[in-house]
Design a protein around this ligand. Structure first.
Ligand code: BES
Ligand code: ZN
Ligand code: ZN
Length: 499
């Protein structure tokens, strides 16, 4: 989608339809325009047909010298409660409505109060709401063209020419970020037969080449040298060879890097501990962590962030077969520790263990892993928040702040030592399952055996794709959410700000 900026009036005949935000309970619509329109607006307001409540929309038809001009009133909720999230919801709602009417373009005023929120934040959230709402995963549609209605261009209406530069630069930043989110969505939404570990690795190489990133892809022989018993054993049931991708962005001088590790199970059948067939198709999304890391790396390169950032993704299928790893097997991991396999369905932590060990060689400032790790996290937090655990207070509080700003909220669970008792094994250093109680925490406790740096773990099992309990948001179309990209970009932009 393209964005342009214009200083034209909302009633200008060059726009067939224009959207304008209205705060709840305020008679004044914040637009300086002719009296006829103001009268129209105040009538509809006093009749209580439209009060400006969040998600409320009303379309006005106004006769304008032989042409009909349409104005979409977009409810913003109460002025004092207006946030960036309210802005994303409002712009997403407006785009959805206008798209459903069959238009391909429209003009929009900037929603919100510039005295309370900076112009750049208002514009960025407006564009994010539009871009993420307009996303459709239509690669496999050949007939249902109705669902492929799309907005091609949005014109943002300025109040004065002085705003042009700020608005243009905020549009461009938001578009870069949304392209990263939508890239992550594409990878996660793609069926496992078209997104194998090797295909994703090829895609990562292409993205890296096009954006000046350094990309290294490890193959089986490299994994063998490193003794990656987690990744190699999980991959044994599949005909597809595993891959281990490392993407490096180096614009931070001699600083130690910030590392992101994403779980990349391209399909999780559970393996020999096979899953029930109901909803098993959703397990193509078990690569969402990897997808977000790849989307993030494209974004940080395009934004030219002055930091050293590394993205790592172990990739494999988890399938049952005569060559598959089995419950009862003992695996030797790349840090030398041994793991008794209780369930082959607790495979994510096994591949992450090798990845977390690998990244230690960078002596990183911080490592954040992102993974669709446990069904237990969906039981604990539903699909409203991502689970957060880790060993570093500063890193966790930075993630919480970034979550509140972006709406990709995270909620902390404890990582106390007592939980480690649940993963003690009789025959090995640990086992890969700690029973049903506190399943998200015992999974993170397992991972903590493989880290020796400041670390945070995000469990996105409930938030990686839309499911029962996902909040109604126009910018979350069915399927993958691309969660993590916006959260991490926000974290990184503020990295040098003291907490
Ligand atoms: N990929 C799943 C976790 C998952 C389940 C994500 C549902 C999203 C929705 C993971 O590999 C898994 O199967 N975990 C098991 C762990 C158990 C065997 C200890 C689970 O959560 O049931
Ligand atoms: Zn599993
Ligand atoms: Zn899994």
């Amino acid at each position: 989608m393209d964005f342009s900026v214009s200083k034209l009036d909302i009633l200008d005949n060059s726009f067939e339809i224009t959207s304008v935000g209205v705060f709840e309970g305020e008679g004044y619509f914040g637009i300086s325009t002719d009296n006829a329109l103001n009268q129209h607006l105040s009538n509809i307001f006093s009749s209580k047909e439209f009060e400006g409540k969040t998600k409320q929309l009303t379309l006005l038809h106004i006769d304008q010298k032989q042409t009909v001009k349409r104005i979409l009133l977009v409810g913003l909720g109460k002025r004092e409660a207006f946030t960036l999230e309210a802005s994303r919801i409002a712009s997403g709602k407006a785009l959805q409505f206008i798209r459903n009417l069959g238009f391909q373009s429209y003009a929009s005023k900037i929603f919100g109060d510039r005295r309370k929120i900076s112009l750049s934040n208002l514009v960025e959230s407006l564009v994010v709401g539009c871009e993420l709402t307009n996303y459709q995963f239509s690669k496999y549609k050949t007939i249902d063209l109705e669902s492929q209605k799309k907005i091609n261009i949005v014109t943002i209406l300025l109040e004065s020419d002085d705003e042009t530069d700020v608005v243009r630069s905020s549009i461009s930043t938001a578009q870069i970020i949304c392209n990263g989110v939508n890239l992550a969505r594409d990878i996660s939404n793609t069926p496992s037969s078209d997104a194998t570990p090797s295909q994703i690795a090829e895609e990562a190489k292409r993205i890296s080449r096009e954006n000046g990133l350094n990309c290294i892809v490890l193959e089986v022989k490299d994994m063998e040298k490193l003794g990656m018993g987690g990744l190699l054993n999980v991959s044994r049931g599949s005909q597809q060879p595993p891959r281990f991708i490392i993407i490096e962005h180096k614009l931070g001088d001699d600083e130690k890097p910030i590392v992101f590790v994403g779980k990349g199970i391209t399909f999780d059948s559970g393996g020999i501990s096979i899953k029930p067939s109901e909803k098993m198709e959703d397990m193509k999304h078990d690569k969402s962590g990897a997808a977000s890391v790849i989307g993030l790396m494209q974004t940080v390169a395009k934004l030219k962030l002055r930091l050293n950032i590394i993205g790592v993704t172990p990739l494999t299928e988890n399938l049952p077969s005569g060559t598959a790893y089995k419950p009862g097997d003992v695996l030797k991991m790349s840090n030398g520790k041994t793991v008794e396999v209780i369930s082959t369905d607790a495979e994510g932590r096994l591949i992450l263990a090798d990845a977390l060990t690998y990244v230690s060689k960078y002596t990183p400032q911080a490592v954040i892993d992102i993974a669709t790790l446990t069904g237990a996290c969906v039981i604990a937090l539903g699909s409203v928040a991502t689970g957060l655990l880790g060993n570093d207070e500063d890193l966790k509080s930075r993630l919480k702040l970034a979550g509140d700003i972006t709406g990709e909220r995270v909620w902390e669970l404890p990582l106390w030592d007592e939980y480690k008792d649940q993963i003690k094994s009789e025959i090995a250093d640990m086992k890969n399952v700690g029973g049903r109680p506190g399943g998200t925490i015992t999974a993170a406790s397992f991972l903590s055996n493989f880290v020796d740096y400041p670390w945070a773990h995000l469990d996105i099992a409930g938030t990686a794709w839309t499911q029962e309990g996902t909040p109604e948001r126009p910018y979350l179309p069915k399927g993958a959410s691309g969660i993590g990209v916006r959260l991490f970009v926000e974290l990184l932009r503020n990295w040098r700000t003291k907490q």
